[in-house]
Design a protein around this ligand. Sequence first.
Ligand SMILES: [Zn+2]
Length: 276
Amino acid sequence: MTSPDSPNPANNSAFRESVAEAAAILAGAERTVVLAGAGMSKESGIPTFRGDGGLWTINGEPPLNQYDTFAMDPKRWWERRIEEANSPGDFALAIEAAQPNAGHVGLVELERMGILAHLITQNIDDLHRRAGQRSITEIHGNRYWMRCVRCEARWPKAEFIFDEADLPPRCTSPGCGGIVKSDTVMFGEPIPPSALRRCGEETALADCFMTIGTSAVVYPAAQYPIEAARRGVPLIEVNPEETPLTPLAAVVVRAPSGVALPAIVEAVRAARGEDA
Ligand SMILES: [Zn+2]
């Protein structure tokens, strides 16, 4: 985030140059894939987990066996979850209150312009969908969705009606009947193979890769930009901070997504207009 006393990066010539370079790459690419991370959510007021002031930095990391606890007694897990829904914590309240920001809107614009082919997001807060993003893999799930642990079918929570007296809820896909849980990927829970497959396929097809607001330290998400860069695909990094990916990046835009993306969208439009 830009602090109030730091100069607006939009007035900075290094920022403008990096935006122009990023836009030139994007305008010339056929299939851009984006990996988005917690920095984008933070700009919408959602606390991060890691780093200074992160929830886990302050409170400690949650138990690594979360998924085992669920799998051993899903009925109990669901009972607790229904109780907790009546007294949401600070993180839940922050997500409920959050709105998509100019960065989310910028990504939707890039998709509508035919530039952004696919978005891989580590964020679970639904803000990309609410902004209008269509081609998206939520690699850590979406807290407003539910998922069958057996067949990986997913439903928006509002559309999945179940009997709280008959827990855990069961999958309604024909012939499945698997246990249904929140779509958010728990500690110790494997990321759904269908999500990993899609990310791998999209990354393999990408001719431009952009990371936004992610420190790219969490695997498997971090592997996609690295794979792309190793193939010689230009990597664009949008992040106010240096990250382990910075040395691989062809262009680095040192700004929050809410500042960088609108400027990039405008510059891509200009670049395309000049080409036409
Ligand atoms: Zn199922």
